[in-house]
Design a protein around this ligand. Structure first.
Ligand SMILES: [Zn+2]
Length: 164
């Protein structure tokens, strides 16, 4: 296991779209293991591969209260969404800043797991927000690009708001 450096804005890779994963091999398993370690160490709720300089469509997340619900999403896509909610969020790749972002309140995400099995999950509240934030990373979109204008600001201390 290894802790990976997290790319910080304005690193150009962060605004590049990632490519679909085609090979379910040992490299992918090792990458996911390292991404979980990196995410937990950074106290993030989610982490996309592009944030550790790997432009592949995979992200990890854990929105469990006890931080014991690791989830990996390979080639994820949103297949259903409804409602709208504005909430403050941050990003491990833009530390020290937060902004108000309008997101769907509920999403259904389809993806593949590490065993190459397709699954889908319905998420709302924080889970839905984290999934949308991470899928945006896979498309090269940072939260401040879609934040409500004028709401992105420096925060002195980590507020505990969603960051991934
Ligand atoms: Zn982020």
């Amino acid at each position: 296991m290894a802790l990976l450096p997290i790319l910080k804005y304005p690193h150009p890779l962060l605004e590049q779209a990632s490519t679909a994963i085609a090979a379910w091999d040992e490299h992918l398993k090792a990458l996911v293991t390292d991404m979980f370690e990196t995410m937990y160490r950074a106290k993030g709720l989610g982490l996309a591969a592009i944030q550790v300089a790997v432009p592949l469509r995979v992200f990890v997340a854990d929105v469990g209260r006890e931080r014991r619900q690791p989830q990996v999403f390979i080639n994820p896509r949103i297949v259903k969404q409804s409602g709208q909610i504005d909430s403050v969020e941050g990003c491990l790749s833009y530390p020290g800043f937060e902004g108000l972002v309008r997101r769907s309140a509920r999403v259904r995400v389809e993806a593949w797991d590490l065993e190459h099995k397709k699954f889908s999950v319905n998420a709302s509240a924080l889970g839905a927000r984290v999934m949308q934030h991470e899928i945006d990373h896979l498309d090269g979109i940072l939260f401040m690009r879609k934040a409500v204008p004028g709401t992105v600001q420096a925060v002195e201390k980590k507020s505990g708001n969603a960051a991934g």
